[in-house]
Write a protein that binds this ligand. Structure first.
Ligand SMILES: [Zn+2]
Ligand SMILES: [Zn+2]
Length: 374
């Protein structure tokens, strides 16, 4: 089978691998039919980050956790990339009861068991079972981040092995277009957790999205906030193309001047999707007393200048952390289906699965690869 590997910036190639097989009776083999590119994947594809990050780890400028996730040479190719997909089940282990051959399913980006203490609390990306190794623990167990995150490979592949399949796989509701929820494995779920759980406690919420490098997450978050009835949804971004998409989802949009460090208004819910420390400082200063700011980027530096005194004075909650899509996918998929949420408006390029090596390197906000079901 083919598996897409990242060799270096702009250099992606199909690599031939043996087909995966069932290693446990709870495993399933799936065939990805819709794959989308996570915002984070654009980083090692479009920028020469690997050598700089390696140097940062050696000199201590970067947090050592970066190495625990990506290895001591972060994003060094070749490795299998991709961790958002809708797939079709093609083979099931003897103990699998909840999914059947032919089902269309969402495969979450992180691998979890569903029964350990952290999974039971909904923190599925910190699953104790799947992070356990012969020599200790991995920081994350996931598809598409290279061998430091486990032996699972990437999702831009002809076939994929999914462990703990009855728990891991979430069936697509009948009639829901897989292209609509192409990013449910990660970015759409990530956006959901920044907004939706915080709205009930904050009626008439004012919501701000600081857009940028977490391109699709910021846009999904803006759209979800509008569709869930937030009183105000302001979307701030230097990119006019992304602002047009945010507008199409009902947000009020404004160009962002990156030198501006003092927000003119304050908001109850703030999403930091610029993906840098400048963005996080701005987002926190824009958060109203009692408000919550969720930052979804990778903040790899040790010293980030987070304005702690401002947070203290204003009772601001800052939430940072990996998303746990498995825990929210059933609610998210049902809601998107029932409310016809047009998440596909965020997709800026749809390409044929076979063209992955070229398409995955495109400079575009949201890439989705697609092919026919078997
Ligand atoms: Zn991701
Ligand atoms: Zn677990």
């Amino acid at each position: 089978m083919r598996e897409l590997n990242l060799y270096g910036p702009g250099d992606l190639r199909w690599v031939q691998r043996p087909d995966p097989d069932l290693q446990a009776p709870t495993d399933v083999i799936v065939r990805p039919i819709v794959v989308s590119r996570c915002d984070g994947d654009a980083l090692p594809i479009h920028r020469h980050v690997s050598r700089a990050m390696q140097a940062g780890l050696v000199t201590g400028v970067l947090d050592p956790v970066v190495g625990h996730i990506c290895g001591s040479v972060p994003f060094a190719g070749p490795f299998a990339i991709g961790h958002e997909c809708i797939a079709q089940v093609v083979q099931t282990g003897a103990d699998v009861t909840d999914v059947q051959v032919g089902d269309r399913v969402v495969v979450p980006w992180s691998v979890s068991c569903g029964t350990c203490a952290t999974c039971t609390r909904g923190l599925t990306s910190k699953c104790l079972t799947t992070r356990r190794t012969a020599t200790g623990e991995r920081t994350l167990s996931a598809y598409g981040f290279g061998p430091a995150s486990g032996p699972y490979g990437g999702m831009v592949a002809d076939l994929l092995r999914v462990p703990h399949a009855d728990h891991m796989l979430v069936r697509l509701p009948d009639g829901l277009d897989p292209l609509r929820v192409a990013a449910a494995s990660d970015n759409l779920s990530d956006a959901w957790r920044t907004v939706v759980p915080h709205l009930p406690a904050r009626p008439d919420a004012r919501v701000l999205v600081v857009g940028g490098a977490a391109q699709s997450i910021g846009l999904y978050a803006a759209g979800l906030a509008v569709a869930h009835g937030a009183a105000t949804v302001d979307y701030l971004d230097s990119s006019s193309r992304r602002r047009r998409i945010a507008e199409s989802l009902g947000a009020s949009t404004h160009p962002r001047n990156r030198r501006d460090t003092s927000p003119a208004r304050e908001y109850d819910i703030v999403i930091e999707a610029a993906g840098n420390t400048n963005g996080i400082r701005y987002a926190i200063r824009a958060t109203a007393p009692g408000g919550i700011c969720t930052a979804v980027g990778y903040y790899t530096a040790k010293n980030t200048g987070v304005p702690l005194m401002h947070m203290y004075a204003n009772d601001v909650t800052l939430h940072l952390g990996v998303s746990h899509p498995r825990a929210i996918l059933p609610e998210l998929l049902d809601w998107v289906h029932a409310n016809n949420f047009p998440a596909e408006r965020v997709t800026t390029l749809t390409a044929d699965f076979d063209d992955a090596p070229h398409a995955y390197a495109e400079r575009t906000t949201k890439l989705v690869l697609t092919r026919d079901a078997a």
